[in-house]
Ligand binder design. Sequence first.
Ligand code: URA
Length: 240
Amino acid sequence: MADRLQKIMARAGIASRRKAEELILQGRVAVDGRVVTELGIKVDPETQTITFDGRPVTSEKKIYLLLNKPTGYVTTLSDPQGRPIVTDLLPDISQRVFPVGRLDFDTSGALILTNDGRLGHFILHPRFEVNKTYAATVAGRPDSRQLRQLEKGILIDGHRTWPAKVRILERKAAETTLELIIHEGKKRQVRKMLAAIGYPVKKLERTAYGELTLNGLQRGKYRRLTERDLKKIFSGKIPF
Ligand code: URA
């Protein structure tokens, strides 16, 4: 897809957009071998070759973010209904990132965003069994027999869920907060699992991917993930 040259350079991690404009004006950037000194031309990095000081401007620098998503945001990259989108919460990030898995509009909590497709693949593929932990509040008091159903696997949309780990985090007179650990990521899976045992979800938060927790990250804020954080997702060894 064609984009402005300075934007492509910023996404590739070469410089901020403004600094990239200076580099273009200085005659240090070429497209298909011809130096470009005017600003605003559009270039398609997939079919055209961009160089900076003679070196190719290629793949984007990889970036890994953890966002504490508030409710009231969609995790798609555009929304036909015009609702707020999660990338609105990343004003300082120039690279194009995508969310790893989805969180519903009315779910909050941990959301990883990256431009590295490998991370998405390894987190989402059930074969790699990355646990996702949720805190779900339901009205009433599910009993241990009902919770055991979730642990054994439950039929939703004709598919039996993998066994979940379930424990009670808090019991109040009229509601219960449960912790559910699952490694699948089907659409609205936790809501459907709890509805299937007769307890529709009132409030849902994702609290962790693997061992990576929000750990004090405020709602609406994000931080960059380190290699140590990435290891926590995969219990010690990054698979790529
Ligand atoms: N399960 C759900 O039902 N909703 C989410 O947002 C995430 C998991």
